[in-house]
Design a protein around this ligand. Structure first.
Ligand code: DX5
Ligand code: ZN
Length: 216
């Protein structure tokens, strides 16, 4: 069954504790936390102190998506703040292999995110070292954008690469995921759905999480 990771970016920041409790009571598997530095992406979100506080309010696995330059400078700080999984962008790393080893040596699951124009084939020599590949299905930086249809092709190609090598790497899809496109995304080969606006802007977020979880 697909894993669901609501993205806190779309939540009401004035009510973070209640939003975390709602997620705790839901069928969400992970809590997705988007960190933006205003350099790698044209937006600034939240950082270490917020994540450290959210950690005290959530019972879910903290899936931290770093949209920042030189993420290796902060990996150990995000571990201390409570990250269970750390995702860094291929486009932001000069020494991806070493950065992934660093994340693992800190005791976190390691993932690489790819922008829409970055081919999945570029992961060919590192796939075996990754717990997760996050395919961005919108340009990173903002919630509430539309899913880019070419993503389906990327998911299928990556699924084949993982299958052919007998790996267990998870495929995570982030951006524009809705209750309508969840099923085709899962059929293409996704393991994890990140959903921000679809969950937090819905009338009944817990029911929406349930719908995503049981999409097939
Ligand atoms: C975008 C972030 C996403 C974002 C998704 O840069 O990485 O995680 O929160 O938001 P929605 O689901 O609204 O597209
Ligand atoms: Zn994200």
């Amino acid at each position: 069954m697909v894993l669901v990771a609501p993205s806190l970016l779309a939540s009401n920041f004035l009510r973070l504790e209640e939003e975390c409790k709602m997620i705790n009571d839901s069928q969400a598997d992970w809590l997705h936390l988007d960190v933006m530095d205003g350099r790698f992406v044209p937006n600034i979100s939240f950082g270490l102190p917020v994540i450290a506080q959210v950690r005290t309010a959530t019972t879910k696995i903290c899936d931290v998506h770093l949209m920042i330059e030189e993420p290796e400078r902060y990996a150990s700080d995000f571990k201390k703040a409570g990250a269970d999984r750390l995702i860094i962008h291929l486009e932001a790393c000069r020494h991806l292999h070493s950065n992934i080893q660093q994340i693992k040596s800190l005791g976190m699951a390691a993932g690489v995110a790819l922008n829409p124009a970055t081919p999945v084939e570029l992961l060919s020599d590192i796939l075996q070292d990754l717990d997760t590949v996050l395919i961005m299905s919108v340009n990173p930086g903002f919630g509430g954008q539309e899913f880019i249809p070419h993503t389906f092709q990327k998911i299928r190609t990556l699924r084949r690469m993982i299958h052919d090598r007998g790996l267990k790497t998870l495929i995570e899809i982030d951006g524009g995921v809705t209750t309508e496109n969840a099923t085709p995304i899962i059929h293409a080969g996704a393991d994890v759905l990140v959903a921000g606006s679809t969950v937090f802007h819905s009338k009944d977020p817990k029911a929406t999480i349930h719908t995503l979880k049981y999409s097939d």
